[in-house]
Design a binder for this molecule. Structure first.
Ligand code: PAF
Length: 282
């Protein structure tokens, strides 16, 4: 039997309301599809904590800038449905753009502090698009919990803050970053990389390990760690660094000195035409 797929906002909302009133706990895993092990591990977490798991698959246009990869973002709905089914999700919510943003749509949600640094600088409207679509997805699917991946650390912090500030009755759960055997963080955008590019992209996760090792061996200077990471990345001809920053894990404010257990190093870089991010807790 195929997994239940819902495209209509109204149908999804009344279905969720029905599930809640018959006592079910709902877990939401918001995604843009092109599902990989990172997403599937979030389904596992949602299944452990709830008894009805909804996976939303929606390539959200409002979180892409005008010259970004919205058009070429991988869309693999058939395979995604199969993966969700095999992993034991219950429902796929796969609305059209018209369903989510009908003509005349004009309301956006903006978090103004945590969003201001890191990706907020290089992708100005990205996080506003993320908070807007997540609030819409929460209102449509009424989840008890929503599960996000730690690779998008700033996104997680911004959504937590939105939930707190707007009194949204959904618990935000963050699952660990999934990595391939070579250490590369799983990401739908890895599909853009040729073998050569992927080999060079590996320097990103390697550089995070270098930072971790420095902290483990007692380095307290953020400047030294950042310089070492940039130095490591500069060996790769294809990599252009967007940012390398040590920040507080919940506020995303830049750190001056290492305080073990409270911070993370965040990296964003272009590998030729592909923008990748990764982070490690320090
Ligand atoms: O992380 C993502 O894939 C997206 O930003 C999200 C949370 C599904 C919102 O479109």
């Amino acid at each position: 039997m195929a997994i239940q797929t819902i495209q209509s906002v109204n149908e999804m909302q009344s279905h969720s309301i029905g599930l809640r009133s018959s006592g079910h706990l709902i877990g939401l895993v918001p995604t843009m599809g092109s599902l990989h092990e990172g997403h599937l591990s979030l389904i596992d977490i949602a299944k452990e904590k709830t008894d009805k798991v909804i996976v939303s698959i929606f390539v959200n246009p409002t979180q892409f800038g005008p010259n970004e990869d919205f058009d070429k973002y991988p869309r693999t709905l058939k395979e995604d449905c199969e993966k969700c089914h095999q992993r034991g999700a219950d429902i796929i919510f796969n609305p059209t753009i018209q369903e989510m943003y009908p003509g005349g749509y004009s309301t956006f949600v903006e978090e103004e502090q945590i969003s201001s640094g890191l990706c907020g600088v290089s992708r100005p409207h990205h996080l506003r698009g993320v908070t807007t679509v997540c609030l819409k997805l929460f209102n449509i699917t009424r989840p008890d919990i929503a599960v996000f991946g730690r690779k998008d650390a700033q996104q997680c912090a911004v959504i937590r803050k939105m939930v707190l500030d707007l009194n949204i009755p959904t618990e935000i759960v963050v699952g660990p970053t999934q990595r391939d055997a070579d250490g590369m963080a799983t990401s739908s955008r890895n599909a853009y990389l040729s073998d050569k590019q992927r080999k060079e992209a590996l320097n990103i996760s390697n550089s995070l390990q270098i930072a971790r090792d420095m902290v483990n061996s007692g380095t307290k200077s953020v400047d030294r760690i950042v310089a070492e990471v940039i130095h490591h990345l500069s060996h790769s001809r294809r990599i252009r660094v967007i940012y390398v920053q040590v920040v507080d894990r919940s506020t995303m404010e830049p750190a001056r000195e290492i305080l073990p257990g409270t911070q993370q190093l965040c990296v964003a870089a272009w590998v030729d035409q592909t923008r990748l991010i990764d982070n490690i807790e320090l």
